[in-house]
Write a protein that binds this ligand. Structure first.
Ligand code: NAP
Ligand code: MG
Length: 404
């Protein structure tokens, strides 16, 4: 059988530890037999990031801007222990943070649902996609302890030097704490556009929630920006597809999410998204089944798994042991990228291959063959825990039939 020919290269961002090991296996066993793989390769492994003073991360993000579609392996975000372990010149920043800032993108996380793994909320028959606004609020705060007898104010100095003041609190009766937070209209607008574009692409309803009844200026600004952009730029397109956007209070949203059947995009402010995405991941099952895509407001895509480099498994693998690491979210990062590339370049065979790759993966799990993280959750009677190599071989077998 002739291999599928690609037109534009995918931006390939290699990574670290166990996911780097699995990355290579996926390419060799599931991709290269079918696709004449064309990538522009960037090695974001920590060793190479350190060698290039992290320039490779910036270059890979720039390449994503140029070509439009990237696929990324999980990478180490260094901490003090990693600086020592890898003898780093500096504690390099999170690659995901760097890439997100350059693309001005929003991260959408969506669980893969399979027969045999029932979410903790059994009515969730479809996946819930969560979108987190990854800029500002408490993540870029300024905070202080305040001694009793002090007065805290907000002071804004405009470009002419004119000051506007507002009292936060008069600390006459007790010591206390204060915090200053901000956000940018431009960032909120990018967030809104990424959410609406992704909704059009995936034909899903968008929910956005904040607390504008309490935060009458700050959270209200989010609500207004979403509403203005929706009415002016998206309403007609949403109507044509029969999907909708609605705003509600965050506490109402939480109640509705629990009672829903899934199948929508939940847009969250930064902190809500941080907390709720962990809640959703756990409620749907394994981190190994959570996909992630960074979408920029001008339509650039970077696909990855939501999980990290699975360090504990890597140290077992280094000792020569077989591990049962789940490759599914990484496989779906590749299939997502191929489907998007196929769509942009008009290559239906590439989109068909992406569908088959996902189907083969799901068939394998639904046939009861799975890695350990899934085996502990699955209620299939015939389930069988296998190692990563055996699991990939079982997928390859099914993929071969589907492609043949
Ligand atoms: P992690 O790599 O996601 O792993 C946490 C634990 O979750 C694992 O030890 C494993 O549990 C389970 N797990 C996660 N993915 C799995 C998979 N595919 N198959 C089976 N089990 C899986 O998170 P971490 O240990 O906090 O972080 C490790 C490194 O990854 C860190 O250096 C961090 O900076 C990096 N990280 C990168 C990204 C990214 O690139 N997007 C995201 C998060 C973390 P058991 O050990 O119990 O089997
Ligand atoms: Mg979190």
């Amino acid at each position: 059988m002739a291999k599928i020919i690609m037109k534009t290269p995918l931006v390939e961002m290699d990574g670290d530890e166990m996911t780097r090991v699995i990355w290579k296996m996926i390419k060799e066993q599931l991709i290269e037999p079918y696709v004449d793989l064309k990538t522009e390769y960037y090695d974001l492994g920590l060793v190479h990031r350190n060698e290039t003073d992290d320039k490779v991360t910036v270059d890979s993000a720039e390449a994503t801007k140029k070509y439009g579609v990237a696929v990324k392996c999980a990478t180490i975000t260094p901490n003090a222990q990693r600086v020592e372990e890898y003898n780093l010149k500096e504690m390099w920043k999170s690659p995901n943070g760097t890439i997100r800032a350059i693309l001005d993108g929003t991260v959408f996380r969506k669980p893969i649902t399979v027969k045999g793994i029932t979410p903790f909320i059994p009515s969730w028959t479809q996946p819930i996609t969560i979108a987190r606004h990854a800029y500002g609020d408490i993540y870029k705060n300024t905070e202080m302890k305040v001694p009793k007898g002090s007065k805290a104010e907000i002071v804004v100095t405009d470009s002419d030097g004119k000051e506007t003041r507002a009292l936060i609190h008069d600390f006459s009766s007790s010591d206390g704490i204060v915090q200053g937070v901000h956000n940018l209209d431009s960032s909120i607008a990018s967030f809104a556009r990424s959410c609406f574009n992704y909704a059009l692409e995936t034909k899903q309803v968008v929910w956005f929630a904040a607390k504008d009844t309490i935060s009458k200026t700050y959270d209200h600004r989010f609500k207004d920006i979403f509403s203005e952009i929706f009415e002016n730029e998206y309403k007609e397109k949403f109507d044509a597809l029969g999907i909708e956007y609605f705003y509600t209070l965050i506490d109402d949203a939480v109640a509705r999410v629990i009672k829903s059947s899934g199948g929508f995009i939940w847009a969250c402010k930064n902190y809500d998204g941080d907390v709720m995405s962990d809640m959703l991941a756990t409620a749907y099952g394994s981190l190994g089944l959570m996909t992630s895509v960074l979408v920029s407001p001008d339509g650039k895509y970077e696909y990855e798994a939501a999980h990290g480099t699975v360090t504990r498994h890597y140290y077992k693998w280094l000792k020569g042991e077989k591990t049962s690491t789940n490759p599914i979210a990484t496989i779906f990062a590749w299939s997502g990228a191929f489907r998007k590339r196929g769509e942009l370049d008009g290559i239906p065979e590439l989109m068909h291959y992406a569908d088959c790759l996902e189907k083969a993966s799901i068939q394998t799990m639904e046939d009861g063959i799975m890695t350990g993280d899934m085996a502990v959750l699955s209620n299939l009677p015939n389930k069988q825990k296998v190692n990563s190599e055996e699991f990939l071989a079982a997928i390859a077998e099914r993929l071969d039939k589907l492609m043949g």
